[in-house]
Design a protein. Structure first.
Length: 188
């Protein structure tokens, strides 16, 4: 049996990435996510106002529900059981955003008065009011999507292409994992 040599100072140090330990990196993630929303307002090709940025939170929920219907999904995230694939209500918006229904109602009313959403009677239950994107709402979401892409490309312009794509892939994976946790049954 041979005697092991004592560890050098470098071997006792925790492994680092870009000069940070794993704990330092993981502790920095939360504050970094806090800064991401502000990057959405970067002055790039098509600037987005703070008010329209807030409106896109509601419009995204309705857009994703409409897209899931077009793709044949049975229930969108945030829809009530039996509500119907494309039927998003103010209550569904509140659940998805994690806000009080009165807050969601004010947000939805702002989107309607700005011409981005349309209220309509449910096709499954005429007593219920559902939300649909207006043509103006679709245009705002298309403009916002272009703005987000432009901001991402501006922020990562000096990154190697493989890092830009890997970060995009990992961000989408993170969001999918977050959605899976949100959609998991309580206590599951």
């Amino acid at each position: 049996m041979t005697e092991r040599e004592p560890k050098t100072a470098d071997e006792n140090e925790p492994e680092t990435v870009d000069g940070k330990t794993a704990d330092e990196l993981l502790n920095a993630v939360g504050p970094a996510f806090g800064k991401l929303r502000r990057s959405a307002l970067l002055e790039v090709d098509e600037p987005i106002s703070q008010k329209d940025l807030s409106r896109t939170l509601v419009l995204r929920i309705v857009l994703e529900a409409e897209q899931s219907t077009a793709q044949g999904a049975s229930e969108p995230e945030g829809a009530s059981a039996g509500q119907g694939a494309s039927e998003i209500t103010v209550g569904a918006v509140a659940r998805h955003l994690g806000v009080d229904p009165s807050v969601a109602s004010r947000m939805v009313s702002d989107c309607i008065s700005s011409g981005y959403l349309i209220r309509a009677a449910s096709q499954q239950d005429g007593r219920r009011t559902v939300l649909h994107l207006s043509p103006e709402g679709r245009e705002l979401m298309a403009r916002f999507s272009r703005h987000q892409r432009s901001a991402y490309e501006c922020i990562t312009a000096d990154w190697p292409e493989h890092e830009r794509l890997e970060f995009a892939r990992l961000m989408l994976k993170y969001v999918a994992s977050q959605d899976a946790l949100r959609n998991r049954a309580p206590g599951g």
